[in-house]
Design a protein around this ligand. Structure first.
Ligand code: PLP
Length: 346
């Protein structure tokens, strides 16, 4: 059993034996309504699910006061981050401005298509440095990528700042705004802005608050003209998620009780972990998400190795050579075990 830290791949991790706190999965999901809908939908798996895809697009659109033509579905939102980078790369010799560290899954696609990445360090407090990002933009910048709330650091940019930044960036080029964790933070989605803005692409996912990472459903919201351009990078537009996953996603959107429970449990466990770690002298950045970012300098050994030996997978590095680490918030039992192993090895 080995976690490959370079390739973001979990190898041979038999369920139940390993505490998985490395990929910001929701340990409580899928919610009861999604589970039932998915079980009921298995029987329909012989048919292509075009109607269901349209229904989900309509349901998503309704939530943001948009139409289905503003919605593109993918097998997870990471696929669509790659497509947006491909669109940005259509302008030859262009670059994308991004925070550093950030969620990097689209970097490979960007580089493959010839889009170079200008990395702008976060502030001391591990927040996106929006002014520095604006300054980093040049005539060749075709896309800016911002994750709010941010991954891996769990910090947020205030709604008003985000909005004015979005207006400035989209006057010049695409802004890919990744809102994978908005529902944990209570920040406001900028999605309604896409109605009148062709340069804003908002990416969202069912993998986090809805607890459906394995179902692979994500989407972007953008102006219909922009959606058409992005859809050209899918051989068959909107056809990524399966009938079962689409049915689950549709039901999940109505399961407000599950979302609320996830938020409450996540916050309670996150507070517990933060307090325990601070008491051990490990500085934790206040988090608005389902994971924490902390300075492990006070831990003298190899934290990732110690945890791996205890069958806990989830101490990850995003800044080469630094002692900053990210760990997801699992259940209370899982995190009590994490703290126990930490204390025993301090
Ligand atoms: N964006 C961010 C910031 C994420 O953290 C993740 C998953 O960890 C994703 C996008 C992609 O999620 P998915 O491809 O499962 O929809």
């Amino acid at each position: 059993r080995q976690y490959n830290f370079n390739d973001d791949i979990w190898e041979a991790a038999p369920d139940g034996q390993i505490i998985r706190i490395g990929q910001n999965e929701n340990p409580y999901g899928p919610g009861p309504m999604a589970r039932k809908a998915m079980m009921d939908a298995v029987i329909n798996s012989n048919r292509y699910p075009s109607e269901l895809a349209t229904q989900l697009r309509e349901r998503i659109a309704k939530a943001y006061n948009l139409t289905k033509d503003h919605v593109l579905l993918g097998a997870g939102s990471s696929e669509l981050l790659g497509n947006t980078a491909a669109l940005a790369a259509e302008k030859k010799g262009s670059n994308a401005v991004s925070g550093d560290p950030t969620f990097r899954l689209w970097f490979g696609a960007a580089e493959l298509f010839g889009l170079s990445i200008k990395k702008v360090p976060l502030t001391q407090d591990k927040v996106h440095d929006l002014d520095a990002m604006l300054k980093a933009m040049d005539a060749q910048t075709s896309m800016v990528y911002v994750v709010n709330p941010h991954n891996p650091t769990g910090t947020i940019v205030a709604d008003s700042e985000m909005q004015s930044f979005a207006e400035k960036v989209t006057a010049k080029c695409l802004l890919l705004l990744d809102e994978a964790y908005t529902e944990y933070a209570g920040t406001t989605s900028l999605a309604p802005m896409v109605a009148n803005n062709k340069n804003l692409v908002v990416a969202k996912t069912f993998s986090k608050i809805h607890g459906m990472a394995g179902a692979r459903v994500g989407f972007v919201l953008a102006h219909p003209d922009t959606i058409k351009k992005l859809a050209a990078y899918q051989p068959w537009a909107n056809a990524g998620p399966s009938a079962v996953s689409l049915a689950g996603a549709l039901a999940a959107m109505d399961d407000l009780a599950f979302m609320q429970q996830t938020r409450q449990k996540n916050e309670a466990v996150r507070n517990y972990v933060t307090k325990e770690m601070n008491q051990l002298g490990l500085k934790v950045i206040p988090s608005y998400t389902s994971f924490i970012y902390y300075d492990s300098a006070a831990f003298k050994g190899d934290l990732a190795q110690v945890m791996t030996q205890a069958n806990i997978m989830g101490v990850r590095t995003y800044e080469n050579g630094s002692s900053w680490r990210r760990t997801s918030i699992g259940t209370m039992e899982e995190m009590q075990q994490f703290i126990k192993v930490l204390k025993a090895n301090m």
